[in-house]
Ligand binder design. Sequence first.
Ligand SMILES: O=c1nc2n(C[C@H](O)[C@H](O)[C@H](O)CO)c3cc(O)ccc3cc-2c(=O)[nH]1
Ligand SMILES: C[C@H]1O[C@@H](n2cnc3c(N)ncnc32)[C@H](O)[C@@H]1O
Ligand code: MET
Ligand code: SF4
Length: 386
Amino acid sequence: MFPAADDYDIDIAVDESAVADLLAVTPSDVGPPTELTFSRNVFVPLTTACRYTCSYCTYYDVPGEATLMSPAAIRDVVETGVDAGCTEALFTFGDKPDDRYTEIHDQLDEWGYDSIIDYLSAACEIALDAGLLPHSNPGDITESEFHTLRDVNASMGVMLETTADVDAHSGGRRKTPGQRLNTIRAAGRAGVPFTTGLLVGIGETWRDRAESLLAIRELHERYGHIQEVIVQNVVPNERSDFDQPSVDTMRRAVAMARVALPEEISVQVPPNLSPTGELIDCGVDDLGGVSPVTDDHINPDYAWPALEELNSIADDAGLPLYERLPVYDRYLPTAVRRADVAPATDPADTDAWLSLRIRDAITADSDAGRQYRAVAGRTRQPAAYP
Ligand SMILES: O=c1nc2n(C[C@H](O)[C@H](O)[C@H](O)CO)c3cc(O)ccc3cc-2c(=O)[nH]1
Ligand SMILES: C[C@H]1O[C@@H](n2cnc3c(N)ncnc32)[C@H](O)[C@@H]1O
Ligand code: MET
Ligand code: SF4
C-alpha cells in the first residue's frame, strides 16, 4: 500500500513481478521514437502562495510575500504568447493556499472569487478569448473541481512526483502519495486528458520509481486519460542542494517509463533541465511545453532552449520535429484529428474528452482556430514564428 492510500480509498496493488521486470530494464531494451513533439506555450504563474513547502521548490512564497496576478497581468502575458505564435497557456502555481494567506484570500474576495480554482476558471477564459488553449496544473484538487475546470481546459496535469514517502515532502503541510493518486484518479473520472510524471532524485529508490510508473499505468488502464508522463530530474537551486541525477540515471528511468507505459502515452523530458538529446534513444518522444516568451517560473535558473536547439536535438537523433497542441491528437474531435491518428476511447462519464467550449475554440472560424488546426494538422511551419 502507498503512504496515505487508505485516506483516499486508493485501491492500487503493487504487482511484485511487474516491479521485478521493470527493475531489470536497461536502455538497451528500448528503441528511439519515430518523431519528436513539443508545444509552444506561455507560462502564467497565477499565485506564488502555496499550502505546501516541498523542500526542492523555490517557487512558493511565504504569507505576506506571495503574489497574485491580476486579470490585466494575465491578459498581458497571454497576448504576448499569441503574438509569438503560441497555442498553449500553461497555468502552474502553488497548491491551494491555506488560511495563512489572508491577503491572497482578501484580494480574491475583492475581485469576486471564492477560491483560487474559481479564479483559475476566469483566467482560463481570458486565455481562450485571447486565442490560447489552457493547460492547468493547480496541484491536488477534487473530482468536482475537475468538472468545473474541464469546461475551460484543453488538458490538465499534476505530477505524481513519487509514490514514496520522501523527506522532501515531510512536515505538517505536505504532498502525500495517496492524495496525488486521488487527484490523478479524479481527473480520469472527470474525463480530463491528463499529464503526470515522476520527479527523479528527491530521495526515492529505483523500486519507488518502478512502483510509481505502475500506479500511473493502472490508472490509465481504468480511465484512458493519461496523455504523457514527464520524467523530470530535480535540479539544485538556492533553497535546496539535491544532486542532479546523472545522465545514466535518467537514461535508465526513461527506459523504465517507456517499458512500463503503453505506447500511446508519450514520455516527456524537459530540455531545459536535462541533456535530453542523450535520452532520446531511451524512448523520449516529447520535449514538453517550451516558451519563446516566458521563463520556466518553477525553475527560473534554467532557460528554455530556442526552437533551433530543439531542431538540433531532433536532427542529431535523425527524427522529425512537430509542434503539437497542449492536448494530444487522439483526444481531438474527429473533424480536426489527422486521419492516421486512432481516437481515444470515450471517457467514463462524459460523451467527449473535450468540453463544447474547447471544441468550439478548436473548430472556430477565427485566427486562433486556424492556428490550432494548422498545428494539429501539421501544416504550420515551425519556422513561421521566431
Ligand atoms: O514549463 C514547464 N512546464 C511544465 N509542464 C507543462 C508541460 O511541459 C506542457 O504544458 C504539457 O506538455 C502540455 O502541453 C507541466 C505540466 C504538467 O501538467 C505537470 C508538470 C509540469 C511541469 C512543468 C515545468 O516544470 N515547467
Ligand atoms: C511542476 C513541477 O515542477 C517540479 N519541480 C519543482 N521544483 C523542482 C526542482 N527543483 N527541480 C525540478 N523540478 C521541480 C515538481 O515536479 C512540480 O510538480
Ligand atoms: C508550482 S509546482 C506545480 C503545481 C503544484 N503546486 C504542484 O506541486 O503540483
Ligand atoms: S512544488 Fe508545487 S506544491 Fe510543492 S511547494 Fe512548490 S508550488 Fe507548492
